[in-house]
Design a protein. Structure first.
Lengths: 545, 352
């Protein structure tokens, strides 16, 4: 206390107001230590690093618009007769949820815009997460130390799907009600506990009077609360780990090259929020989304054709549509495989991609930190696995819209369904093989470029009449960039006879690991990158080949 | 198994001397990291007039944003909220939604565009390298934390006083049960609820659209109509849940076309009544092809042959649609001769 007055007097006299506020906050919150580490934090620049930002910003937009919508939406299934300003629905019986959604769309100025921004932002959020995950996957950014953050991101994606589903189910319109019915039917297929879960979720038989209110609290509180926590954790880890970067001159595994948060990234990333918000607002002003007024209130005995979920649920829909209707009856019970298998596959299909980082690190046995990104071609097997996964995803997505595909392209729906049934198994295999070959081809081309230079497009005629194309040697930056990646050697099963001559049986896991390692890094799975010796031999030969 | 030759160090400082981008390759290692390329100034860094132009562009974008916000408020106040306009090539749009969306979009977008343009043209674009530090702690820190933990655990005596530990674990395991029990009243037990519908012997079939009982003569060959049990009304407390099970499809076939013996027995003059609720996941079936007698569920395309016991001929449904046995009462109206003899809708574990 005794020393304080003098310093305070000084600061009051001289420093500007902003500094005094900052001093005040630092004395209570310790913001200076936080700012010391982060204010000039370096962010590397690459267009693909914006994808995560798109997700974060659309999530913020969803929360902002969602809070607005809660001011007007009535999460109730009480039956009312509509008297609002949308003439075609006047006098209709509907739930309060549906009626209040009509009010938001027609009687509250700007309500329709906010509703549409909310829904568009949700679609973009999910699409953004999907593409962001692909970016992280194909560049190997999920490797140590970022595996946990990959899981956080994965959880955000899955929770986002369910938040989206519970959200579009709230208006209680005919389309979303059909989707809820589908979900209830899928829940019933769960062995032993299915009927109980259904009764407990819906407060009795479907649809009952409770699900809108229950979905509402799940949609606005439970799931977004968890997601907000995960998103904060995700960002803290991004800050803590620092960004990954692509290989290039001056970029190493021990540094991060880019521009500082303040001012460049504050302006760029902060500005990007407004760009994303602006684009979504404009789309919401121009393109109608989920026009529930044209669909009508939900009745369990009515349905429209071309019923489709939002895109991110399409692959689950496709699994259900493509599955043959297997049912097994035994001892007075029914095993509804036709619905339950798709439900399980849905979970497994997602789990594969969630667990992939752990599978890969087990195969490589690599315990080092990785901050330099792989170019997808330099990890052919990983890239091929990713493309195979996406192929399976897209084929089931087609299956989810088999009726739309059939009517738009004048195809037989049976043919489309059979295409999905076969394609789900065949497509990923084909995609795997093709992708791997393309990756290896690109690796060969890189090698060729390093050793022989770039095709200059200049044709030269030599004195004796021969025509050659001039190859220009690469700069050292390019040479470095194209040879900076590391290549693993396949794991081999250790000696099967120990030092005392006793035979030892290699464990099954050891054999599997050797096999997988060979599939990843064996001779057919990567092109050895050019060595200094090869390069010197060719360049000293002062000839073009 | 792991790799080799990871270039981990920056090259020596002399290579970072800022001159021409292409340097003569190092004799030892032509692939060596040449270090960060020298910073190339932008036109704004050299030419003050260009910098001024950028400044004006940014200011213009921010000004457009302000105007757009004014436009947003003006649209909100002046445009009637039910006015529709035609905008080529988008078609008819709600005027207010269109105006609000565009003005808000422009107001936000130009702030972003201004900020990004500012960052790209006027803020320093010199790349800086920052050191990374390993995520894992140093061995000393690791040892210290482990020792601290052991000390703390020892001082808690949890390892020595097993009784405390075991009873605490027991208590902590049991206490969440209260929460689980509280969830019990989320809904009733299934019981046999899924096995019964509103149909029972003597209930008249009421046309869904006209709310009138149906005479066999009302149902023509090839038509599809929907019915519910008499006594049900849209205003009933449980109408939605009941119609979700009781909804009925009525079709008239030529009796000679009916291939299934039981179907023929349960029909009346070729009129057959089937549950409208798909046995796949419960969508209402609503597409009927009179030539082939196929009924199609529009949700997942399960197809049922109504002339052959409504068996599944395509799609993901697992079993045939339940048939309702019908007849005619004394007054000549179609009536049910009982409830469905099996559960309607999607299959479930207890269905059997």
């Amino acid at each position: 206390m005794s020393t304080a007055p003098s310093t305070e007097a000084r600061s009051r006299g001289k420093s500007p107001a902003g500094e005094r506020v900052a001093d005040w906050a630092d004395g209570r919150l310790g913001i200076y230590s936080l700012a010391k580490a982060n204010m000039r934090k370096i962010f590397p620049d690459h267009w693909s690093f914006m994808l995560g930002e798109v997700c974060m910003y659309s999530f913020i937009i969803i929360i902002l618009t969602g809070v607005y919508l809660t001011l007007f939406f009535h999460p109730s299934m009480n039956e009312v007769t509509y008297h609002g300003s949308y003439v075609p629905m006047q006098g209709q019986l509907m739930s309060e949820a549906y009626a209040s959604t009509l009010d938001i769309s027609f009687d509250i100025r700007g309500g329709l815009l906010i509703r549409q921004i909310h829904h568009w932002a949700a679609l973009i959020f999910l699409a953004g997460m999907f593409v962001h995950m692909m970016r992280v996957f194909f560049t190997g950014a999920f490797r140590k130390p970022r595996e946990v953050n990959w899981l956080f991101g994965f959880l955000l994606f899955v929770l986002g799907m369910f938040t989206g589903f519970t959200g579009y189910s709230l208006p209680d319109d005919l389309l979303s009600g059909t989707g809820v019915r589908f979900t209830q039917g899928a829940i019933l297929s769960v062995p032993i506990v299915g009927t109980y879960i259904s009764m407990f979720l819906f407060g009795g038989e479907f649809p009952g009077h409770d699900f809108v209110a229950r979905f509402y609290s799940i949609h606005i509180l439970l799931l977004p609360g968890i997601m907000l926590g995960l998103m904060v954790a995700h960002l803290i880890l991004v800050f803590y780990h620092k960004h990954t970067q692509f290989a290039g001159p001056g970029k190493t595994n021990k540094n991060v090259v880019g521009m500082p948060l303040m001012p460049v990234y504050m302006a760029k990333a902060g500005g990007f929020f407004f760009l994303v918000f602006g684009v979504i607002a404009a789309i919401a002003g121009i393109v109608t989304i989920n026009p529930i007024w044209g669909i009508g209130p939900y009745r369990p005995d009515q349905v429209g054709t071309g019923a489709q979920p939002d895109w991110y649920m399409g692959f689950a829909e496709g699994l259900v549509r493509a599955m043959p209707g297997w049912e097994v009856n035994f001892w007075g019970h029914t095993l509804v495989l036709g619905v339950f298998i798709p439900l399980v596959v849905f979970g497994l299909f997602l789990a594969v991609i969630a667990l992939y980082p752990f599978i890969e690190s087990w195969v490589t046995g690599d315990k080092r930190e990785h901050h330099i990104l792989d170019r997808p071609r330099n990890a052919p097997t990983r890239t091929a696995v990713g493309v195979a996964w996406i192929t399976g995803y897209l084929i089931t997505l087609i299956g989810g819209g088999n009726d739309i595909v059939a009517t738009h392209f004048h195809l037989s729906i049976n043919a489309v369904t059979w295409f999905v049934r076969i394609g789900f198994f065949l497509g990923p295999v084909l995609a795997f093989v093709v992708t791997k070959r393309i990756c290896l081809g690109l690796q060969r081309r890189d090698k060729e470029k390093v050793l022989h230079g770039r095709e200059a497009g200049i044709i030269k005629r030599l004195p004796h009449g021969e025509f050659i194309e001039v190859h220009e040697p690469l700069s050292q930056e390019q040479l470095h960039t194209l040879t900076a990646h590391e290549q693993y050697r396949p794991v081999e099963i250790g000696p099967t006879v120990d030092e005392n001559g006793v035979e030892r049986k290699p464990a099954v896991t050891e054999k599997l690991r050797a096999k997988m390692s060979n599939a990843y890094f064996g001779e057919d799975s990567q092109i050895p990158k050019p060595t200094v010796e090869e390069y010197k031999e060719i360049t000293s030969g002062h000839g073009h080949h | 198994m792991s790799s080799h030759q990871i270039p981990e160090e920056n090259l020596p400082a002399e290579q970072e001397a800022p001159h021409g981008a292409v340097r003569v390759a190092d004799e030892e290692n032509p692939f060596a990291d040449p270090g960060l390329p020298p910073h190339e100034p932008r036109v704004q860094d050299i030419d003050e007039r260009a910098a001024k132009r950028s400044e004006r562009t940014v200011a213009l974008l921010f000004t457009v944003s302000m105007l757009a916000t004014v436009g947003f408020i003006a649209s909100f106040v002046t445009i009637p909220h039910d006015k529709s306009i035609f905008v080529f090539p988008l078609g008819h749009l709600n005027a207010m939604n269109f105006a609000l969306g565009l003005t808000l979009g422009v107001a936000l977008f130009t702030i972003g565009a201004g900020a990004v343009h500012w960052a790209r043209t006027l803020m320093s674009d010199e790349e800086i390298a920052d050191e990374r530090h390993p995520i894992e702690a140093s061995p000393e820190v690791r040892a210290k934390v482990h020792a601290d933990f052991k000390q703390g655990a020892k001082e808690s005596v949890i390892g020595r006083r097993k009784l405390i530990r075991n009873t605490m674990l027991g208590a902590l395991t049991l206490v969440p049960l209260s929460g689980v029990v509280l969830l019990r009243d989320l809904g009733p037990l299934p019981g046999t609820k899924l096995r019964h519908t509103m149909w029972s012997k003597g209930k008249l079939l009421v046309n869904m659209n006209t709310n009138q009982p149906i005479r066999p003569s009302d149902v023509v060959v090839g038509s599809l109509s929907f019915a519910m049990p008499e006594g049900m009304s849209e205003h009933d407390e449980n109408f939605q849940s009941e119609i979700a099970k009781a909804a009925l499809m009525i079709v008239r076939l030529q009796p000679g076309d009916i291939k299934d013996k039981r179907e023929l027995e349960w029909s009346h003059e070729g009129i057959v009544a089937y549950s409208k609720i798909c046995t796949h996941v419960g969508c209402p079936i609503s597409l009927y092809e009179q030539q082939t007698h196929h009924a199609l569920c529009p949700c997942h395309q399960s197809t049922f042959d109504l002339s052959d016991g409504a068996r599944v001929i395509f799609g993901p449904a697992g079993h045939a649609l339940p048939q309702l046995r019908i007849g005619v009462n004394d007054e000549g109206y179609l009536e049910a001769l009982g409830d469905f003899d099996e559960p309607v809708g999607p299959a479930f574990w207890e269905r059997g």
